[in-house]
Ligand binder design. Sequence first.
Ligand SMILES: Nc1ncnc2c1ncn2[C@@H]1O[C@H](COP(=O)(O)OP(=O)(O)OP(=O)(O)O)[C@@H](O)[C@H]1O
Ligand SMILES: [Mg+2]
Length: 277
Amino acid sequence: MLQQVEEMNTDVAEQYRITQEPFYRVTGAEEALYQAAYARRMPVMLKGPTGCGKSRFVEYMAWKLQRPLITVACNEDMTASDLVGRFLLDKDGTKWQDGPLTTAARIGAICYLDEVVEARQDTTVVIHPLTDHRRALPLDKKGELIEAHPDFQLVISYNPGYQSLMKDLKQSTKQRFGALDFDYPEADMEAEIVARETGVDADVAQKLVQVAHRTRNLKGHGLDEGISTRLLVYAGQMIAEGVDPQAACLMTMVTPLTDDPDMRQTLQAAVETFFVN
Ligand SMILES: Nc1ncnc2c1ncn2[C@@H]1O[C@H](COP(=O)(O)OP(=O)(O)OP(=O)(O)O)[C@@H](O)[C@H]1O
Ligand SMILES: [Mg+2]
């Protein structure tokens, strides 16, 4: 019986394994720090603006550590059952179905809860017993207590700045994690990432990064957030497809960011400074 369960868990783990090395440019000490945290199975929180490489980093670390990765995009309608599991009705009666957190705890995966502040606080507390010395997950409805697999680790991401006070993590949740600050990579590195991800040449990549820097300075002065690395990658992809650079930048770096006509004009002017028709 026990052997059967172990075999089943191995099959499930295979589904979540990352087989190809994801491209991730290490920008500082994050890799070494994460490895040390993982060695002690410390829960880790990744903080940083949208599109700066948090998810890519987790994929890369899961590949590096050869752990399966289970990612959950959190939202405010999510309930504890969505994470933990529930009884489902089928023709033979009711059947328990593990949620992603339970699966990760059973198979020894890295469980990545993306945008965790979006979840309600009563949902978030289900991670508490998994993220302290207990490393256990009680399935109350099923009357089972799961002890986390020795390789299991929990990682959450968090965009500081957007959320209102209503949407913050409780201190008792925050203080269960070691945290790493993420930000857009330094200019040369970011250009290298954009070139590598899209195939545009170094000169174009540098220009895109310079436009982004202008907009990042406008954060808090009419923009909630500057252009992210993700949007730079989109711009590079359009240019690599043969789209005129100004049109590519308009579609990927101006229009998504703001609806304010004056701000759009400012952004457009920044694009035209670097990409002359
Ligand atoms: N250090 C990096 N190495 C390689 N690619 C990167 C790096 N940083 C950013 N990128 C690129 O930026 C894109 C967006 O990064 P990612 O999806 O990891 O952002 P994120 O921080 O998870 O954002 P969100 O908070 O919105 O989920 C990636 O798909 C990748 O192309
Ligand atoms: Mg992400």
